[in-house]
Write a protein that binds this ligand. Structure first.
Ligand code: ZN
Ligand code: ZN
Length: 423
């Protein structure tokens, strides 16, 4: 069943790409009002998805990969986007041809390497270097873990310099190093002793071993080829995800022209709740919930009268704003530290494939523990009346010290039998 679904889905995707070959917005899955950032982000996702290195068994992947970079090129430049919006695909192509040789068309792998490094190819090539994975921790409120939410965070990411396209040169021209002929190493003759000469290979000091040199340093990156700047990443918290869940963003860690970017690993942890303000717009009581796995815990305070006499209700506003009602009828006693189990009012149970027609969200339990608070001091009138009342019932039933002590008649636990025998 799932396989069939997957096949159907991929057929649909295929049809979409084939049909809308000239609609660049559709190719990137965007509408005409897409922002520059959305265009970039769509390119990042789709170019990775369709990269031929990742789809060795899919002969259409290359085509789709080329189409995605074409769409990005057309829409990422404000001038060509304007022409595309006004005159459509035909107009855009015409202008590109008028500009001679298809304008400034990039090799799709070149474009890819400007985002992800590694010469435009993905990790599996022998000898290809891969950058470090980067770990980022993001605090999420319990409320968002319960309801699910798409949110954003920023981190300081190393990116390939846009201005010089990762060359380090202001004119984007890279020359072969004259000193080493592009090999990155130089052979130096060393005299060990009179008549004894050896050849030593040393890293070329002119180019730092890169085999390449530039004439004019890029002003943006200072010739470093990379720049570090705050990058916004969108993260989707699905209802019921675990505290400490790790989400991997493939090849989204620091980028560099010389290696394939590693993965960005985002760990979601439960942050301290906020009682007021932005973190709690509905002012739900949920800030007092404590979570353990799929279950929630809550402490409810009862007065002496409520615990002893019953006839009380409480409304707890849950994490999504719905109300859970607690209460006892008159005459129902609640012992201190008693725990009510409210089935199905805990956290949603997270499933990898989310909600579907195959299953509905299940929930853990809510455990409510009661704390009974006795008054520090009673008003003297009340104290007198209560005293008289207890005295009256004591006299009526006969004074029984054992009963007054409140101790159980029989030992509760087998193990404790001997300790309690004497009492
Ligand atoms: Zn630069
Ligand atoms: Zn050199």
């Amino acid at each position: 069943m799932r396989l069939l679904k997957t096949i159907l889905l991929s057929l649909l995707t295929l049809a979409q790409v084939a049909l809308c070959a000239e609609d660049y917005y559709k190719v990137l899955g965007l509408d005409k009002h897409a922002t520059e950032r959305q265009i970039k982000s769509a390119y990042r996702q789709l170019s990775k998805k369709y990269h031929p290195d990742k789809n060795p068994n899919d002969p259409t992947a290359h085509e789709k990969f080329v189409l995605v970079s074409e769409a990005y090129e057309a829409l990422s430049d404000p001038e060509s986007r304007r022409i595309y919006d006004q005159y459509g695909y035909e107009g855009y192509q015409q202008r590109k041809q008028q500009q001679g040789g298809g304008g400034h068309a990039h090799d799709p792998f070149d474009l890819f390497s400007r985002f992800f490094g590694g010469g435009g190819h993905f990790g599996n090539q022998p000898g290809q270097r891969r950058g470090h994975d980067v770990e980022v921790k993001v605090g999420i409120s319990l409320r968002d873990f319960y309801n699910g939410r798409t949110t954003e965070f920023q981190w300081n990411k190393q990116e390939i310099c846009d201005a010089c396209e990762g060359t380090g040169a202001a004119d984007r021209v890279v020359h072969t190093c004259q000193a080493c002929g592009g090999r990155g190493v130089r052979t130096v003759r060393q005299q060990l002793a009179p008549g004894m000469v050896t050849q030593v290979q040393m890293q070329c000091d002119a180019c730092g071993g890169r085999g390449k040199s530039i004439r004019h340093r890029c002003k943006v990156c200072g010739g470093e080829r990379v720049v570090r700047r705050p990058t916004t990443v969108s993260v989707t918290v699905q209802p019921g995800m675990a505290d400490g869940v790790r989400i991997a963003y493939e090849n989204e860690a620091d980028a560099h022209p010389d290696y394939v970017a590693g993965d960005l690993i985002v760990t979601l942890y439960e942050k301290e709740p906020e009682l007021e303000g932005e973190g709690n717009p509905d002012r739900v009581d949920g800030v007092f919930f404590r979570r353990r796995g799929d279950d929630l815990f809550w402490r409810e305070v009862l007065s002496l009268r409520e615990a002893l006499m019953g006839d009380w209700t409480r409304n707890i506003t849950h994490l999504d704003g719905h109300v859970v009602r607690l209460g006892r009828k008159r005459g129902q006693v609640v012992q201190p530290n008693h725990v009510d189990t409210i089935v199905g009012e805990g956290m949603p149970k997270w499933h990898e494939n989310g909600d579907s027609v195959y299953h509905k969200t299940e929930f853990g339990n809510l455990y409510v523990e009661y704390t009974v608070v006795l008054p520090d001091q009673m008003e003297s009138g009340m104290e007198k009346e209560l005293w008289a009342l207890f005295e009256k019932w004591r006299a009526k039933k006969g004074v029984d010290l054992h009963k007054d002590s409140g101790r159980p008649d029989k030992p509760i636990m087998h193990d404790e039998a001997h300790e309690h025998e004497e009492l």
